[in-house]
Design a protein around this ligand. Structure first.
Ligand code: ADP
Ligand code: MG
Length: 500
């Protein structure tokens, strides 16, 4: 059998199916990855991405179909055979040894256990230095890994894979914990890997980064490959459509009525160590974004507006009436709602029912002489579940049983039931799949159209650009400028302004 070495894929999946009892996690998937190629694997939560990776590295055996390395079928693929064929995964926890040095971690899998400790250390250092030089990464070889920031730990994990002669590096959502600048650095490194002949399988939903480094996009839905093609042929809308199977494009926000009355005013708000002299105003029907990197003070500001963090100075007024600072109950009573970034620890009672979660803080309205009217509570919950199209079996099910997108809607439903005038959303679509994300954006637009003022805090720039009338840029605790949303500024312009 003649095989052209030029076109022989590094790895091939041939109609790979993986079943778990009644669930088909992968459904007849074909895939080729060539040396020096970056392939993006996209798909909603539960579409089969992690399963595909597990099959590829021998952690799971396919129920049908086969895996080939360099054209050779792998009959009993194990993690060891995958590694020796040069297929390496960077796991999300990086699986590093925290109390060892950078050099030791990088040369760990490649190093032989021969010679004295000193000889081994010297060899480890030399080998690690070689890999770092090869990909142009500058790290202190003697630093203990536990002291490194996340982005540097990730670099160590990538370099360790290279030291072990990786030919294909698989990265499962590698950019989720990174700032914009760190993402740019990672994408640079991926470009260098490709130039060096290393292939990359990159799991991501973020179109901008995918387009920057990937040649090919492969989309999974319900375990099946539903789209495949050159990255340049995809745009946000078509990628989202392929992932969700429906049109979920959200347009720019509806223009603000010029006569819309001012609603919320913030004057000279300060909190030492977090933010300084923040002033802003929000009109009824307006969606105002606050863009900032991790550590810019954006979350403390959001909390301060809702009384969860006490400002040192300044004033917050709603419809002209001052709201006591540092008092969330007063803020809520005045009509401010707050949806936290971390709904799992701050926003929801996971073991409690959906209805209970929606009705929290509304028991006063549902009780008569101290007796809770469960029927009313259930009815109100059902109305909101329906209006926010939460896909839930019934309101008595525990919130824990819902997907991330539906949990977020439950938090929104809780606030809606209180009829707020201003809603502060911190990371409204963190951890939800793209379909739910677009629907949450739609809900935000509806709320604004009904006259609510909405403040969105997010590091997801496309999200801010798609949903906000105006965006405030926050850097080191200071609002440095204001840009208009919609088509006012591009994502990369905004990202430069955040980082510069
Ligand atoms: P993704 O990584 O795209 O979010 P996964 O590959 O993790 O998706 O999951 C695909 C489907 O397979 C999901 O429905 C998931 O619940 C199911 N699944 C994954 N692993 C297992 C398992 N070990 N047992 C049963 N079902 C599983
Ligand atoms: Mg996964």
């Amino acid at each position: 059998m003649a095989k052209n070495p030029e076109t022989m894929p590094l790895v091939t999946l041939e109609s790979v199916t993986k079943r778990y009892a009644a669930i088909t996690a992968l459904d007849g998937v074909d895939l080729n990855i060539h040396a020096g190629e970056a392939v993006c694997l996209a798909g909603e939560n539960g579409s089969g991405k992690s399963t595909l990776i597990k099959v590829l590295v021998g952690v799971e055996q396919p129920s049908a179909g086969r895996v080939l390395f360099d054209g050779v079928p792998q009959t009993r693929l194990t993690p060891t055979t995958a590694t020796s064929a040069g297929v390496q995964v960077i796991f999300q926890d990086f699986s590093l040894f925290p109390n060892l040095s950078v050099a030791e971690n990088i040369s760990m899998t490649a190093e032989r256990a021969t010679g004295t400790l000193m000889v081994r250390r010297a060899r480890a250092r030399a080998r690690a230095a070689e890999v770092l030089a090869r990909v142009g990464v500058d790290l202190d070889l003697d630093a203990r890994v536990e002291r490194l920031p996340v982005a540097h730990k990730q670099l160590v994990a990538i370099c360790r894979a290279l030291a072990a002669d990786a030919r294909l590096i698989i990265m499962d959502e590698p950019t989720t914990a990174l700032t914009e600048r760190e993402v740019a650095r990672l994408l640079d490194l991926i470009r260098r890997l490709k130039a060096d002949g290393v292939a990359v399988l990159f799991v991501s939903h973020k179109l901008a980064e995918v387009l920057e480094v990937c040649e090919t996009v492969v989309v999974l839905r319900n375990g099946a490959k539903v789209a495949e093609g050159p990255a340049a042929d995809f745009d946000s809308a078509s990628l989202t459509r392929a992932m969700t199977g429906r049109d979920v494009a959200s347009g720019p926000p509806t223009p603000l009525d010029a006569a819309a009355p001012p609603l919320l005013r913030v004057d000279g708000l300060c909190r030492a160590g977090a933010f300084e002299d923040v002033s802003l105003s929000l009109r009824a029907g307006e969606v105002l974004g606050v863009a900032g990197l991790l550590g810019s003070g954006r979350t403390t500001l959001a909390k301060a507006l809702f009384g969860l963090a006490r400002p040192d100075r300044g004033q917050v007024t709603l419809n002209g009436a001052a709201i006591p600072l540092g008092d969330p109950i007063a803020a809520a009573a005045a009509g401010i709602g707050y949806v936290p970034e971390d709904r799992l620890t701050e926003g929801l009672f996971l073991e409690q029912s959906i209805a209970h979660n929606i009705a929290v803080g509304r028991f006063d309205a549902h009780s008569h002489s101290g007796v809770l009217n469960l029927k009313n509570l259930w009815e109100e919950a059902t109305v909101w579940l329906k209006r926010l199209s939460v896909k839930a079996p019934d309101p008595t099910a525990p919130v824990r049983s819902l997907s991330g997108g539906n949990q977020q809607r439950v938090v929104l439903a809780r606030w809606m039931a209180r009829k707020p005038r201003v809603l502060i959303l911190n990371g409204p679509s963190v951890g939800v799949d793209v379909g739910s994300k677009a629907e949450i954006h739609g809900i935000m637009a509806d709320l604004a159209a009904k006259g609510l003022g909405v403040i969105v805090i997010s590091d997801d720039l496309p999200e801010l650009l798609a949903t906000c009338h105006r965006i405030l840029v926050m850097k080191d605790g200071i609002i440095t400028e204001e840009v208009s949303g919609g088509a006012g500024v591009t994502e990369s312009e905004l990202s430069h302004r955040l980082a510069s």
